[in-house]
Design a protein around this ligand. Structure first.
Ligand code: CP
Ligand code: NVA
Length: 331
């Protein structure tokens, strides 16, 4: 088990937490609440200029097999603000790209670093990193899931609405990694979720099942539909993502044709609840999944959302890589 940082080393009971952040199915509602609470305190502390070197002397390896702006920069800056350092490792430049196995890479890196973040295609590779390595593993996006983004999204919703319980999130577009992570996180944290996709691009039913099970215990609801207007009706948060995820470039034309009815435009936003916000994990493609006026409009929180990657991930890093002796949370 990993350990949460404690503000009084050796004095407070040390609470076990999951070893990795690969999927939020491995985390309880209380553990995620604690992450969000820490993220809020770290954000406030940063604003006040308070140092918080919770990971002094620690190193995070960051393996990227796909492009990134937000994930790469927010993890690197986050480690630096926590007093540690991050190593950017393009899979093209390390031996992984020439056929060294994930299992061997995991065991070697574990001898040098205190945590590994990976962005890659195959979700199984992240599971193998955790299985063969001996340090915490953080999923920085796979074809299946994008948990760090979903955590930052809920932090953004919490800031805009002051609560999570009872909020309604509508996700429109591709039943992709982002949709899966929102299905994993929203109902567990008390948010209802409505996902509208074309039938050919629906979410993996396993994630819908998990969402329905979680919803039963938090009083949330789960709606899966092909009707984007139904999904967005009365929503507090309207969310979309690119129609062409990394690795799907060859399908671009077919995808644009299939997803065009799911675009978030002003008329669609008008069907949402009063005070509804628009979220997008970014990068955004204006005129495709969202119109320019919505993306740049008053309901859009996309840049707060991008900033919150930093704060949410610092909470994850400090929780997974910190130790009872690390000095705990100063803010
Ligand atoms: N939202 C997100 O993960 O962005 P990047 O692809 O730029 O990391
Ligand atoms: N669904 C997108 C998210 C990018 C952050 C992708 O996988 O490319």
């Amino acid at each position: 088990m990993g350990w949460r940082g404690s503000s009084r080393p050796g004095k407070e009971p040390v609470m076990p937490v999951p070893d990795h952040l690969i999927s939020f199915q491995d985390w309880t509602r209380a553990e995620i609440d604690t992450l969000l609470d820490l993220a809020i305190r770290l954000k406030a502390g940063r604003r006040r200029g308070l140092p918080h070197p919770l990971l002094e002397g620690k190193t995070l390896a960051m393996i990227f097999s796909k492009s990134s702006t937000r994930t790469r920069v927010s993890f690197e800056v986050g480690m630096s603000q926590l007093g540690g350092r991050a190593l950017f490792l393009s899979s093209q430049d390390i031996q992984l790209g020439r056929g060294e196995t994930v299992a061997d890479t995991a065991r070697v890196l574990s001898r040098y670093v205190d945590g590994i973040m990976i962005r890659t295609y195959r979700h199984a590779d992240v599971l193998d990193l955790a299985r063969y390595g001996s340090v915490p593993v953080i999923n920085g996006l796979t074809d299946l899931l994008h948990p760090c983004q979903a955590l930052a999204d809920l932090l953004t919703a919490l800031e805009s609405h002051g609560r999570l319980q009872g909020l309604r999130l509508a996700y429109l577009g591709d039943g992709n990694n982002m949709a899966h992570s929102l299905l994993e996180l929203c109902p567990k944290m008390g948010l209802s979720i409505a996902v509208a996709t074309p039938s050919a691009y629906a979410c993996d039913p396993a994630f819908v099942e998990v969402a329905r099970r979680d919803a039963e215990s938090t009083g949330a609801s789960v709606l899966v539909t092909e009707d984007p207007d139904l999904a967005v009706a009365g929503a507090d948060i309207v969310y979309t993502d690119t129609w062409v995820s990394m690795g799907q470039e060859a399908e671009k034309e077919a995808r644009i044709a299939a997803f065009s009815p799911f675009r978030v435009d002003a008329a669609r936003m008008a069907r949402a609840a009063e005070g509804a916000i628009f979220l997008h994990c970014l990068p955004a493609y204006r005129g495709f999944e969202v119109t320019e006026d919505v993306l740049e409009g008053p309901a859009s929180r996309v840049f707060d959302q991008a900033e919150n990657r930093l704060h949410a991930q610092k909470a994850v890093l400090a929780t997974l890589m910190g130790s009872p002796r690390s000095g705990g949370v100063l803010v």
